[in-house]
Design a protein around this ligand. Sequence first.
Ligand code: HEC
Length: 205
Amino acid sequence: MNAMKKSQLVAVSVYLFANCLLIPISAIADTTPSNLESTTVDSTRNIAGQLLNSLGQKLKTALSTDGPLAAVSVCKEAAPAIANSLSAEHGVQITRVGTRARNQKMGIPNVWQKEALTQFEERLAAGEKPADLEYWKVVETANGKRELHYAKAIAVQPQCLSCHGQAQDIPAALAEKIRQEYPNDQATGYSAGKLRGAVVITKPL
Ligand code: HEC
């Protein structure tokens, strides 16, 4: 009888001990990328969508009402303004980067953003659709904090070519305007369907 009690006690102790171990393990598991997917990645994807939508609408209106020459200034002012206000509103850093950049301050990819663009190029070459190209990674920063790196691909569409197409196809006045505003512009020579760049977001976790 005594022996039975002892073994029951051992079983209960093992159970409790295992549970004590399990609680912190499951708490750690809750913060893995797969669980982040449904919450943080979703809301981050949403912010990227907002940038693409508002910019797309601004560009469309500017192109149809005032033409491409005026639309250059709209892009110049609207793109950074929308990015900055979304950054402030959501506590993230959001911008657009290019495989070749026009805006030399905001448009040049850093190391992880380059990695995302390289992955997108490979996946495009393997037959994936531009709209499906998305990248994310949770990383630990030098000061021990964690952040989410998120990128969504931007493909070239026919309406982008007046400002990003082959240099010889861009009307002279438009090319001149772009040169004035962006003397170090690299962002021409694209054709429809090619990877133009990505919306990139860094979100502290
Ligand atoms: C009217 C000319 C014009 C058209 C049309 C245009 N863009 Fe741009 N694009 C610009 C300008 C100007 C900038 C630089 C904006 C800035 O200063 O942030 C730019 C910058 C970008 C960037 C940021 C990276 C970089 O090079 O600085 C991306 C990505 C981009 N454009 C994609 C597109 C796509 C995709 C389309 C078509 C849907 C498009 N653009 C149509 C003028 C244009």
